[in-house]
Ligand binder design. Structure first.
Ligand code: FES
Length: 113
């Protein structure tokens, strides 16, 4: 019977964990370890304001860090409503705060009559 419930946290600075990526957040060039989420990368860079609530206008930041609460929405490479806690940071990403309500682009398929 396999009784391993938890994965051991890697504490050494192995080749993979020592690599960093560069990304843009609101015009600032930031750096983070390769392989972590966008949310973790921003928090590591002391970013704690990810978006504004479309209802109250209050600043929001990640809460659950597991894809449930949607408090961590940002714009990544021009695509709005991306869950930063579920997205891996990549070299050259352009990340923007999400301001208020967003819009969706309706794609016409030509099938509607
Ligand atoms: S922090 Fe909750 S969905 Fe991302």
């Amino acid at each position: 019977m396999n009784t391993v419930l938890f994965r051991t946290v890697q504490t050494d600075r192995s080749e993979a964990s020592a690599q960093t990526v560069s990304f843009d957040f609101e015009g600032r060039q930031l750096h983070a370890p390769k392989g972590i989420t966008v949310a973790a990368a921003l928090i590591q860079n002391q970013v704690l304001h990810f978006r504004d609530s479309p209802v109250s206008g209050q600043p929001r930041a990640p809460y659950c860090q597991m894809g449930v609460c949607f408090e961590c929405l940002v714009q990544i490479n021009g695509v709005q409503n991306r869950q930063s806690c579920m997205t891996t940071i990549e070299e050259g990403m352009v990340i923007r705060m999400q301001q208020g309500q967003t819009t969706f682009t309706v794609i016409q398929t030509g099938e509607e009559q």
